[in-house]
Write a protein of this length. Structure first.
Length: 188
């Protein structure tokens, strides 16, 4: 079996399950607002579109490398690990999760489970899966898309941090001093 269908299946399963799980969240009490979120949304959507342009049929300058079978299956495993880490974080966050920058009733700092390793473990897992997807594809479009998704993710993470500092005050500041933003074990 070629790894490309496995990569597509992993991402499709993640996307569908993520969208279905969106119904299992508490309603927002306060939002950052569409205007504040517009920049990261546009960058991330454009990046995702570029990232998932199919790699087959490209030759020459648009396809920079073609991984061998072992390398490609290693990428599949890393994608699965990244998506599983994102799901662990989402399940651990529970009903406080939101796809937008929001505060829920009784919102509080979650600093257990994957949130003891990084402040944004969902993004960490997704970024691992995205980088492994790019490594499996080896296309210029994939690299450009991954770069835009990473930029969009960092923009969103910083917006969330400003918002949560405003909502949670010193509790979030203390958490941010102890736990790195996106890369486990990185200095804070």
């Amino acid at each position: 079996m070629h790894p490309a269908p496995a990569i597509a299946a992993l991402w499709l399963i993640w996307l569908v399950s993520w969208l279905v799980a969106a119904f299992w969240a508490d309603p927002a009490q306060k939002r950052a607002g569409l205007q504040a979120e517009l920049r990261y949304r546009v960058v991330t959507v454009l990046g995702a579109m570029l990232l998932f342009i199919p790699a087959h049929g490209y030759a020459g300058r648009l396809r920079l490398w073609i991984p061998n079978l072992l390398e490609a299956w290693t990428c599949v495993a890393l994608i699965a690990v990244g998506l599983a880490f994102a799901w662990w974080a989402r399940l651990h966050l529970g009903r406080l999760w939101s796809g937008t920058v929001t505060a829920k009733a009784e919102h509080h700092v979650v600093d257990t489970g994957p949130y003891r390793l990084v402040r944004h473990p969902i993004y960490t897992g997704l970024l691992l899966a995205i980088l492994a997807t790019v490594a499996a594809k080896g296309t210029v479009w994939g690299i450009a898309g991954a770069a835009l998704v990473i930029i969009g993710t960092v923009i969103k993470a910083k917006l969330e941090e400003r918002f949560l500092r405003g909502e949670l005050g010193s509790a979030y500041d203390d958490y941010a001093r102890r736990v790195p933003m996106l890369v486990p074990f990185a200095p804070t």
